[in-house]
Design a protein around this ligand. Structure first.
Ligand code: FA5
Ligand code: MG
Length: 451
């Protein structure tokens, strides 16, 4: 498997992570390849682009108002990751096909929001950011990786510290102190929508939520301006003039849903011809501060994908590159120089190989979900096998064919695996060997019948 030295390993009936030992059980699904990367912590590696991006965003949330946390352990309880945030018991994010379980009660966090409740409880500051590695069983392609980095941010106001407990006026005066940037902002929806984006009327007045929403939106627009005006300069420097620097940057606010905020939004940025979702955010559901023993605090929270921003900022074309230890990658970034666009090293040849198979027939798969979601096979399962066998030597895995036998109703899937290293040319025998191993594991682990 990838990664020679590691701080973590699966040993006997326990998993060791950063010196702590966790008993395994029938929920355990964290492979050694993931454990081997837990110690990498790209968000705090000096001069790494994920770390530089973190620092740029943190600089827009200055102390003493905001405290910056960068060292929280990735091992959290199911309760921290899901229950404390109000995720329903049957939320798909909880399933073993989507989340890495260390055991029944313990997971690798799937988002930095896992620390919201604890931070509200412990932290007496007005705001914070939390940057960290997060883990998701997910598809394989150029913008998805099973480990990525998020930054969570929050700003809270305390009713006990404001006259008559009404924080609207205080928040508006804080809004006035935020920088006002020249962005073209599209924000067509009212702040609340009774069905899709409701006010938490039991806890907040509409005036308070209008004020907090303005503070949230203005704060994030400031971050986007800071980052993307730098990225624009950087793109112009390499002659990429698809977005001329003199045009104001376009952003738009879109209604969203998260179990732990209401109302909620996503912020999208118009970047080189496309609208890109970069941030999810909203007004914190009051259950969180109430359950954390700080019922008088109200405020907003956001979560941003750091790789997604870094890819735009530095023009990095493939998310696997962040994990590269190749000097041709690492030496292009430095905290002492302005944002400089990444110069890709030569692209090595791709090698496509298909694997087609019949799923084991189960009564539940007849007429069941799409994309191979029968009871004993999920698309993320083949993604995981490919990752464990071939690591970063695979660029993407795509479903290219799917059909059900007209009489037996058995389902057939065909996936195309694109073998391509970022660092060297793969020999054909190497790719064949990897592919053979993927085929064998599909049979061994999921009982499929190869075609
Ligand atoms: C969340 O994770 C919420 N916790 C964000 C949030 C925080 C909302 C606080 C409200 C309040 P989401 O699953 O959309 O939301 O992920 C946030 C960002 O992570 C996405 O916008 C995207 O930039 C990034 N992201 C998601 N999956 C991947 C992946 N597999 N690889 C790389 N980046 C990803
Ligand atoms: Mg999202």
């Amino acid at each position: 498997l990838q990664g020679g030295h590691t701080a973590s390993s699966v040993k006997g009936l326990c998993t060791e992570i950063n010196g702590f030992s966790y008993p395994i059980d029938e929920w355990t699904n964290v492979p050694a390849s993931i454990l081997a990367s837990v110690s990498r912590r790209l968000h705090v590696q000096p001069s790494h682009p994920v770390s530089l991006t973190r620092q740029l965003i943190e600089s827009r949330f200055p102390s003493p108002t905001y405290i910056h946390y960068n060292n929280l352990s990735p091992v959290v309880t199911v309760s921290q990751n899901f229950d404390s945030l109000g995720f329903a018991a049957d939320h798909p994010g909880r399933s073993r096909t989507d989340t890495y379980y260390i055991n029944e009660h313990t997971v690798l966090r799937t988002h930095t929001s896992a620390h919201q409740a604890d931070t509200f409880r412990k932290d007496d500051s007005e705001g914070y950011t939390i940057s960290a590695d997060v883990y998701r069983r997910d598809a394989i392609d150029r913008s998805h990786y099973p480990i990525f980095h998020q930054m969570e941010g929050a700003r809270m106001w305390d009713r006990r510290k404001t006259p008559e407990g009404d924080i609207a006026k205080t928040v508006w005066s804080d809004v006035q102190r935020l920088p006002k940037r020249t962005l073209r902002v599209e924000d067509p929806n009212p702040t609340v929508n009774p069905e899709r984006n409701p006010l938490q009327a039991k806890y907040h007045s509409i005036e308070e939520v209008e004020a907090m929403a303005a503070h949230l939106k203005r704060s994030l627009e400031d971050v986007i301006f800071e980052l993307f005006s730098k990225a624009t300069e950087s793109a112009a420097a390499i002659g990429n003039t698809e977005m001329p620097p003199e045009e104001p940057l376009r952003v738009r606010w879109v209604e969203a849903y998260f179990p732990f905020t209401s109302p909620s939004w996503e912020l999208e940025v118009f970047w080189q011809g496309d609208w890109l979702e970069v941030v999810g955010c909203g007004i914190v559901k009051q259950d969180l501060p109430i359950n954390a023993g700080v019922p008088d605090k109200v405020g907003w929270a956001f979560g941003v994908g750091l790789e997604r921003v870094a890819m735009l900022l530095f023009g990095i074309p493939d998310i696997r590159l962040f994990w590269s230890q190749d000097r041709r990658f690492l030496e292009q970034f430095s905290s002492n120089q302005p944002i400089k666009p990444f110069v890709p090293f030569s692209k090595y040849p791709a090698c496509h190989k298909d694997v087609a198979f019949w799923l084991r027939s189960t009564s539940s798969s007849a007429g069941g979900g799409s994309r191979g979601n029968s009871q004993d096979f999920h698309e993320n399962d083949i993604m995981e096998i490919v990752r464990n066998v071939a690591g970063d030597s695979v660029e993407d895995v795509r479903l290219v064919d799917e059909f059900s036998h007209p009489i037996t109703a058995r389902k057939s899937l065909c996936y195309r695996i694109n073998y391509r290293s970022l660092e060297r040319t793969l020999r054909n025998e190497e790719a064949n060997e990897l592919h053979q191993m993927v085929r064998e594991r599909l049979v061994d682990q999921y009982g499929v019948e190869l075609r």
